[in-house]
Design a protein around this ligand. Structure first.
Ligand SMILES: NC(=O)C1=CN([C@@H]2O[C@H](COP(=O)(O)OP(=O)(O)OC[C@H]3O[C@@H](n4cnc5c(N)ncnc54)[C@H](O)[C@@H]3O)[C@@H](O)[C@H]2O)C=CC1
Ligand SMILES: O=C(O)C(=O)COP(=O)(O)O
Length: 396
């Protein structure tokens, strides 16, 4: 029986790892020739892709740490776990809004200083507390407007929760899915331009992936559209924000606060910035949920060739046909690929019991269950077809 070697490049919750049958999988940080990689935020861009590698599973949402396009060209699916950590991020965003609205971070610092640095106690402490508190007077959320950019798994939860807290919520997502639209409160107003969102929002929160189209999405021109005293919340990725523009707007007082999850040298020390150490998904619950989903998707792919929640290949899931052998094939998305693949199977005397082919962008993936003996040379014959990238006889 085949043993699949799984390399973990970050701490993956044991609740997920224990789902891997140790008769079929061995798991470790230092595994040579891995078939699968389990990762969170480790940067894989400079990784030499091992020829043994079949798939990468990201226990989390963002895949900007993974060379997704390079792996697609090698026929290596990258999975992520949409929604599995969304509640954790939503809760931190709500906390971030309150941190900013009530100046909590600086207020707590002030109190600590009175005791730890100034050595005050008793009546003296009381006097300074009452004298100093006015500088931290804040604002309440009801009646304020929140603009949510990206209404995916996280953005929808944030929008709905913010509405429940009494905020006027505006949302912007040019590619809103039907599934997410169903989850979105009808009280969230959808706007059709990002500029309109900025000009009508006291606070802006970002829930988009970091890709070319979202890099620097929050820039000086758009910040200038916001009402005076605005707040920007960034729990998406540092690169979505032009941080120099945000810091300048904080210095002039146009922005009141910037709350974010992505430390930088200049941002982390700015007095109007609250920076957390990438804590969005760091709850026990989210870590378990992400690990379970990532592990299950990776195992289903290695054992059965099924692709669920891949960011670089289409969803292809097919029930196993008893008494058949399964073959998985990646190819370029161009005419006559299916014809050539089925012709090779026919020439080899193999009867097709079940067949699925789906394409997405430049690539396509085929799963086929065949009756008859699949000899080793079949793989070579399929690989010899112009445009086929990878082929695998799925042994289990
Ligand atoms: N701070 C943290 O620890 C965490 C950060 N994240 C970040 O949050 C991002 C979003 O996560 P999910 O909501 O789970 O992903 P998702 O894929 O469910 O949602 C992303 C949404 O953004 C939309 N979008 C893409 N480009 C856009 C644009 N230019 N303008 C407006 N909308 C746009 C998409 O249509 C999609 O609906 C992740 O990609 C990751 O970078 C996610 C989890 C934890
Ligand atoms: O899921 C995401 O996109 C995150 O940013 C969470 O990252 P982490 O798994 O906590 O390293």
């Amino acid at each position: 029986m085949t043993t699949f070697h799984i390399q973990t490049l970050n701490a993956i919750s044991p609740v997920g790892l224990q789902r891997l049958d140790r008769e079929l999988f061995d798991i470790g940080t230092d595994i040579p020739e891995p078939r699968g990689i389990l990762v969170r935020s480790a940067d894989l861009h400079s990784m030499d892709v091992p020829p043994s590698l079949y798939a990468v599973a990201r226990a989390g949402a963002g895949t900007n740490n993974i060379p997704v396009a390079r792996l697609a060209a090698l026929g290596i699916p990258v999975f992520n776990t949409p929604g599995a950590n969304a509640n954790a991020v939503k809760e931190l965003v709500i906390a971030g809004m309150l941190l900013a609205a009530r100046n909590l971070y600086h207020a707590a610092d002030y109190t600590r200083d009175l005791v730890a640095e100034k050595g005050l106690a008793g009546k003296e402490l009381d006097v300074q507390v009452e004298a100093g508190k006015k500088q931290f007077a804040g604002f309440e959320l009801p009646g304020k407007s929140l603009g949510v950019i990206g209404l995916g798994a996280i953005g929808v939860l944030v929008a709905n929760a913010a509405h429940a807290l009494g905020l006027k919520v505006l949302g912007y997502d040019p590619a809103l899915t039907i599934k997410n639209a169903w989850q979105l409160s009808p009280n969230v107003e959808q706007v059709t331009s990002v500029e309109e969102l900025f000009s009508r929002s006291d606070m802006i929160t970002l829930h988009v992936p970091l890709v070319d189209g979202t890099r620097g999405l929050v820039n000086a021109e758009r910040i200038a559209l916001m009402p005076q005293g605005g707040v920007v919340l960034n729990f998406a990725r540092g690169g979505v924000v032009d941080e120099a523009a945000v810091l300048q707007a904080l210095d002039t007082g146009h922005l009141h606060a910037y709350v974010n999850d992505f430390p930088s040298e200049s941002g982390a020390v700015h007095p109007r910035v609250v920076t957390l150490p990438h804590l969005g998904a760091s709850t026990g619950e989210a870590e378990d949920n992400c690990a379970i989903m990532a592990v299950d998707q990776l195992a289903d792919y290695l054992l059965h060739g099924n692709i669920r929640n891949s960011v670089n290949f289409p969803e292809v899931v097919m029930a196993r046909t008893p008494g058949t052998t399964r073959v998985g094939i990646f190819n370029e998305n161009k005419p006559n690929m299916i014809g050539q693949i089925t012709a090779v199977l026919a020439d080899a005397g193999l009867n097709v019991a079940e067949f699925t082919n789906k394409s997405q962008g430049d690539y396509a993936y085929t799963l086929v269950d065949v009756e008859g003996e699949v000899r080793d040379e079949l793989k070579e014959q399929i690989l010899a077809i112009d445009g086929v990238i990878r082929a695998r006889k799925i042994e289990t």
